[in-house]
Design a protein around this ligand. Structure first.
Ligand code: PEP
Ligand code: MN
Length: 265
């Protein structure tokens, strides 16, 4: 496989421009709300990132919701608004793309296309992202194996796009005490098998706000190249995933801890 270490031994460095990288040997910190909700909310999260030296922000404008009646995102206008605020502040944007027809519309405003867990094996979407010259982060499928995640990455890489990032976000198991089971095992295994950077999403991984920080730090110690977690000024009021979202004080503390632990790794 092209994404395997056997084919390419040197770790892949994903360059987002302006000195921002997601790569082996660095610790990317990516935070932001589950959903982009309003101009005011965007400004608050961008300020939070700037104040804490965080250069990559996450947020969904196309939301894959279990219920069709739940908030499904601000769409392309939300992304345009977000970009108009984030780009001048030097903040890179990670956001989910749900279908091939959105790729071109999103292109001017996105820095990393996120492939969500539910689309992890949408092979048409992966094929199309293989033709794009912007970074792609692929989340592990809800019940996806490590091998399946690598095969999904193979689709994009084989299409010609080598700016790829893998993301462990928890898998569905028999355990219902947590939203998902964050598979920390996947981190050293993916790092050993592939040259691609690996990041960890403790928010979706455990789904419980109070336990997100320790799972993030566990991810750092397991060898992750970055952590992506949800934050919001008032998590209780978030349109989606508030139960697993940190407030800004918790987020600032976590970012500092991540850096501290990474420096000692
Ligand atoms: C998200 O990042 O908000 C999201 C929907 O994640 P996942 O695809 O991992 O469920
Ligand atoms: Mn979410």
């Amino acid at each position: 496989k092209l994404v395997s270490k056997k084919w390419k031994a040197k770790p892949t460095s994903v360059d987002l421009g302006d000195g921002v990288f997601i790569k082996d040997g660095e610790m990317a910190i990516i935070t932001g709300p589950c959903s982009i909700e309003s101009e005011e909310q965007i400004r608050k999260v961008v300020n939070h990132c700037v104040e804490n030296g965080i250069t990559i922000m996450r947020g969904g404008v196309f939301k894959p919701r279990t219920s069709p009646y739940a908030f499904r995102g601000m769409g392309i206008e939300g992304l345009q608004l977000w970009h108009s605020i984030a780009a001048p502040a030097g903040i890179k944007i990670v956001t989910e793309v749900m279908q091939p027809s959105q790729i071109e519309d999103m292109y001017p405003y996105v820095d990393v296309y996120q492939v969500g867990a539910r689309n992890s094996q949408n092979f048409n979407l992966l094929d199309e992202l293989g033709k794009v010259d912007k970074a792609v982060m692929i989340k592990r499928g809800i019940s996806g194996t490590i091998e399946e995640l690598l095969q999904s990455a193979e689709y994009v890489f084989a299409g010609g796009n080598e700016k790829l990032i893998l993301c462990e976000r928890g898998i569905r198991t028999y355990e219902r005490a947590s939203r998902n089971t964050l598979d920390l095992n996947a981190i050293p295994i993916l790092k050993a098998k592939s040259h691609l950077p690996v990041i960890v999403d403790p928010s979706h991984g455990i789904g419980i706000r109070a336990y997100v920080p320790q799972m993030a730090l566990a991810g750092v110690m397991a060898g992750a190249d970055g952590i992506i977690y949800e934050s919001h000024e008032v998590p209780e009021k978030a349109y989606s995933d508030g139960q697993q979202t940190l407030d800004f004080a918790q987020s600032a503390r976590l970012a500092a801890w991540i850096r501290e632990i990474f420096a000692k790794r």
